[in-house]
Ligand binder design. Structure first.
Ligand code: 5GP
Length: 288
């Protein structure tokens, strides 16, 4: 039988498409290599050109991963070396994510710092001082609590409703999540992984139950507890904030007692006498 005739016009179009796809793939590899794009994000990319890219080529673009390391990663995750991005299933993506966490000792990966301590102790004032420091990246949590005057959605928190929070739990999008004083709070996992891969020291400013979850799942996280100079100082700070209802202030004070008694579970305890001092202690813990 004669092969079907292909018109010149069709051939030209196919050729142009192939060139565009190659360009897409080359650009994508560059972005991954520079740390601007985290390789796990490509599994959510629905471009055909990306779906057809070989997984091994993508892995080799990740900073700190060469040919041999990429082959070892595929072998440990039982993924064939010829597999393309579009053919990688959710279970294998999860294995690759875990492999990436193991790669954290590569020289470019940042450290994961958990900053915890009772509400009102000054955690966000301390971490806000590092927002413009490019060695650090401060995680933006997702919360169901009401936005306070002066807060900005997407900067202070990602504010969501209960259904949206439940969806994120179902899709396993949280590194940790917990309930606090009537609201729910969670750390989006992908953004944290991406910042670590880009070599940032990532700061999670979270309450005790979330900190305990991170300690379990990320063994090399640096756990830092912030203490107030005294109970009186904490009580005054919380009561004078003026942003919470009486119910929420009381709930926060009750929780504070429980949290303070857990300080010994942490690797380091900083007493927040003075913000500048606390910031520099935090920086030296991160960079040593
Ligand atoms: P606030 O409502 O005052 O902003 O936060 C209340 C408490 O929730 C604080 O102790 C804060 O550190 C903590 N928090 C903020 N984001 C998260 C998060 O993503 N996970 C957990 N577990 N706690 C969080």
């Amino acid at each position: 039988m004669q092969p079907p005739r292909i018109s010149n016009r069709f051939r030209r179009k196919a050729g142009e498409k192939a060139v565009a796809a190659r360009r897409d793939r080359a650009k994508t590899k560059e972005l991954v290599a520079s740390g601007e794009l985290f390789f796990l994000e490509l599994f959510d990319d629905d471009r055909k050109s990306i779906a057809r890219m070989k997984l091994i080529d993508l892995l080799q673009s990740v900073p700190g991963v060469g040919k041999i390391r990429a082959e070892q990663i595929l072998e440990r995750a039982s993924i064939s070396p010829s597999r393309r991005i579009g053919g990688v299933g959710p279970r294998q993506i999860e294995l690759l994510r875990k492999e990436f966490l193991l790669m954290k000792n590569s020289p470019r990966a940042g450290k994961l710092l958990v900053v915890s301590g009772p509400s009102g102790v000054g955690k966000s004032t301390i971490t806000n001082n590092l927002r413009n420091d490019d060695r650090f990246w401060i995680s933006i949590s997702v919360t169901t609590r009401k936005i306070r005057p002066g807060e900005v959605n997407g900067i202070d928190y990602h504010f969501v409703n209960d259904d949206e929070f439940n969806e994120m739990i179902k899709a396993d999008e949280f590194l940790e999540f917990a309930e606090f004083a009537g609201g729910r709070y969670g750390t989006p996992r992908k953004a944290v992984d991406k910042a670590l891969a880009a070599g940032k020291n990532v700061i999670l400013e979270i309450e005790l139950n979330g900190a305990r979850q991170v300690r379990k799942s990320s063994k090399d996280a640096i756990m830092i507890f912030i203490e107030p100079p005294s109970w009186e100082v904490l009580k005054n700070r919380l009561s004078n904030r003026g942003t919470e209802s009486e119910f929420s202030t009381q709930a926060r004070l009750d929780r504070a007692k429980e949290e303070l008694s857990a300080a010994s579970e942490f690797d380091h305890v900083l007493v927040n006498h003075e913000v500048e001092q606390s910031v520099s202690e935090l920086v030296s813990l991160a960079l040593r």
